[in-house]
Design a protein around this ligand. Sequence first.
Ligand code: AMP
Length: 131
Amino acid sequence: MDIFSKIAAGEIPSYKCAENEEFYAFLDINPLVKGHTLVIPRREVDYIFDMEDDEIGRYQQFAKKVAVAIKTAFPCVKVAEVVLGLEVPHAHIHLIPMQSEADVDFKREKLSLPAEEMKQIADKIYAEFVK
Ligand code: AMP
């Protein structure tokens, strides 16, 4: 199992923001900004565009609901949706509450927040998530 499958299965701890039977959302451990969330399929699939149309449709609908929860919990201009990176071979959408485009610059230094604050951020998003 890859690391994100283990996270979705609860075998590796994460800061849970939302979930359903098929998808799981949790805080990026090194966020660009507070509220930076990853959305993954529970199923092991590396490349997002290998997903079938109906599955990717449900994935986007789930990501949209998570984005709505993030925007309510952390008011921002827009929530950016970004798919990039080769680090983890498991499809993941980055959702990033954005005040300006600089917030989505992956080359800038990432945050490292205390565990208690990460938990508070995740709980705030989870509380706003409507299935
Ligand atoms: P990339 O494949 O470039 O999108 O990078 C993977 C992303 O996952 C990075 O933003 C990492 O900070 C994040 N990440 C890696 N491991 C974990 C983890 N155990 N929990 C939360 N986020 C992680």
